[in-house]
Write a protein of this length. Structure first.
Length: 635
């Protein structure tokens, strides 16, 4: 690395640490201040922070490999998360969640199921899920940033004592970056996280614009078109996916055939099936929900969620598409000639391009931007996970009446514990892809059924929620263990076949088992207390099967009205998914110089933006600022 690039990175790290520590004094007033910023941060800062937190380096490296290999269709792989849950949150879920006026996702569960044994069981299982998910994501970041830094930095950071390898270079780099990020995150809580993430967002956008401009100037249309085919830029698909690469690049076609997505129609169908239920289930109890609960009002929660979509996708995919254009021209031929081409080689396209095909200065800014992407996402999880340990377990069940400073210190300890557990898990992860598939398809699969039912069905109770989540998490963990040991099973046995099944296809099994646990837990135990149900329905006002609760409320208060927005919400979500997809495809088509498709995509973006202005934004503007009280509810 040139000294200029090193200085840019060092300056960025010092600036981030300085901002994070300088603003940390505001976090010492109590848990609400530490974890939610005292609900005093403006929605547009929270939106930038939320977008920054989703701009992670591991996911970016994964998407670079997918776009390179599969072309424009690759954006649909993101539906495994599913990324359009952000649209459902924007349209109606942010409003429903913010009306609770609580601190964490598991505390929110008590407003739905009450504070009796059943409610506390559901409350506890959400806290456990949030902690497990935080640990899993930290492992994901550990794996990704380690690979990234090893390829980029020229120094061997391996730790060897008495000829015994204690830490690989990848592990040493990952530990160093994680340590630096943990310092300001633990010190300043939400205030430091948001302040540094807004700074980091600016750096990431600058990096994306610079790399896109460099790729656009240095790579010609002829060079791009000599490598990619018409099918590479086509988003339409059939039942199967055929590699679009020419004979010279046939190794890429063979790699596509080996990845388990050959039946592409079935894969997309499974993503849509999972995506609908997962999106209505709402955000997982992590930093996304924390940003919603941190807003000043219900109206600002909706604004923040919509703004997150707007600021995230175009700059992120400018960066991704710029890297892929450089990779296609400069790395494509040599990679296709490799005798051992693998998915792992796809995962290091990002650092390889930066290391060998980006000029001095831009390289430093790009590295700082990607480092910012890692640090912002990592800090968001380090700040959100401990909230569940301290607020929902330690404070609620063990030390309910301590001073604010005591809980702040407990939060510091909890943060360190979560980071250590995540790092330990990261040591045993085989690849970014393995952890990605486990988190998206298995772990979140156990979350979906219970959290879908909690919104739409009045009879669903705390024990149903607890057993639905528990059974789902059990099957998800079993699937993860099978995947990690898949090479130890005898070929031809059912357990071998199950362990080699792609995680997305395991989702229906997890979903059905979780549904079974939900229904058995619900019907074998009494309903939730009617007072709790009335308060929840009056505050949140969801659509779904709430007729018995609505009828009781209507007798007590004639002003209570049903939520009849299901059809309009679903239409807005459909338009929103197209809107979101256009923001992903627009920079891709622009960077590969497919100008007709660029103009069509731009037109789609503009039309959907206008539609959402009238059907969603104007509706949100009419929401009262004080839309979260239940003073008219009787016992």
């Amino acid at each position: 690395m040139h000294i200029i690039d090193v200085l840019i990175i060092v300056l960025y790290i010092l600036l981030t640490l300085g901002v994070g520590i300088w603003i940390s004094k505001r976090a010492s007033k109590g848990l609400d201040s530490y974890f939610l910023g005292g609900k005093s941060i403006n929605w547009y800062y929270l939106g930038l922070s939320n977008g920054s937190g989703m701009f992670d380096v591991s996911g970016t490296a994964w998407m670079v490999g997918l776009l390179f290999l599969y072309g424009a269709k690759s954006f649909m792989f993101m539906w495994m998360w599913p990324i359009w849950n952000q649209i459902f949150i924007m349209v109606f879920l942010a409003i429903w969640i913010r009306r609770s006026n609580v601190m964490t996702g598991s505390e929110w569960i008590l407003t739905r199921f009450g504070d009796d044994k059943a409610g506390r069981a559901s409350h506890l299982i959400v806290a456990i899920f949030a902690i497990v998910a935080s640990v899993g994501f930290i492992a994901y970041f550990f794996e990704g940033v380690g690979k990234f830094m090893t390829v980029i930095l020229p120094w061997d950071a391996a730790l060897i004592i008495n000829d015994v390898l204690l830490l690989t270079s990848s592990e040493s780099y990952a530990l160093s970056i994680i340590f630096l990020t943990t310092i300001y995150t633990i010190k300043g809580g939400m205030f430091s996280v948001v302040a540094t993430e807004v700074l980091q967002y600016g750096i990431m956008v600058l990096a994306g614009i610079l790399i896109a401009a460099y790729a656009f100037i240095t790579v010609t249309d002829i060079e791009i078109n000599s490598i990619i085919s018409t099918e590479w830029s086509n988003v339409f698909f059939g039942n199967t996916i055929e590699g679009s690469w020419s004979k010279q690049f046939n190794a890429f076609n063979e790699l596509i055939d080996s990845q388990g997505y050959k039946m592409f129609g079935a894969f997309i169908g499974m993503c849509l099936f999972k995506g609908f239920f997962a999106s209505i289930a709402g955000p997982t109890p992590s930093y996304d929900m924390q940003r919603i609960l941190s807003t000043k009002s219900v109206k600002e929660a909706a604004y923040m969620s919509g703004f997150t979509n707007l600021v995230l996708f175009i700059p992120r995919y400018l960066l991704i598409a710029g890297i892929v254009v450089l990779a296609l021209v400069y790395l494509g031929p040599s990679m296709a000639a490799s005798s051992d081409l693998s998915l792992g080689e796809m995962e290091i396209i990002l650092p390889n391009v930066i290391n060998n095909h980006v000029p001095i200065g831009i390289k430093g800014l790009l590295l700082a931007g990607l480092l910012a992407a890692f640090m912002s996402t990592f800090s968001a999880f380090v700040n959100s996970g401990p909230a569940y340990i301290v607020n929902d377990i330690y404070k609620k069940y063990y030390k309910p009446k301590e001073e604010p400073k005591h809980y702040i210190k407990a939060s510091h300890i909890a943060s360190f514990v979560i980071v250590i557990l995540g790092v330990v898990m990261g040591f045993f992860a085989e690849s970014i892809n393995a952890i990605t598939l486990w988190i998206t398809s298995a772990l979140y699969g156990g979350y979906v059924a219970s959290n879908f039912l909690k919104w739409i069905w009045w009879r669903f109770n705390g024990w149903g929620y607890f057993w639905g989540m528990t059974s789902g998490l059990f099957i998800a963990t079993l699937q993860f263990l099978l995947d990690q040991n898949k090479d130890n099973f005898e070929i031809g046995t059912w357990i071998y076949d199950l362990s080699h099944m792609s995680a997305i296809y395991v989702f229906p099994i997890i979903f059905i088992v979780s549904l079974l646990g939900s229904f058995l837990g619900t019907f074998l135990t009494p309903p939730t207390n009617m007072k709790t149900l009335k308060e929840f329905y009056f505050n949140v006002r969801p659509w779904g099967w709430w007729k018995p609760v609505y009828n009781v409320l209507k007798i007590e208060n004639d002003a209570v009205t049903k939520n009849k927005d299901f059809v309009s919400d679903m239409l807005n979500c459909s338009v929103g998914i197209i809107w979101q997809s256009s923001m992903i495809l627009l920079p891709i088509y622009f960077m590969i110089r497919d100008y007709p498709k660029t103009l069509i995509t731009l037109l789609v973006f503009m039309v959907t933006s206008v539609i959402l202005k009238f059907t969603w934004l104007d509706k949100v503007r009419k929401i009262p600022e004080t839309d979260n009280n239940s003073k008219n509810i009787k016992n």
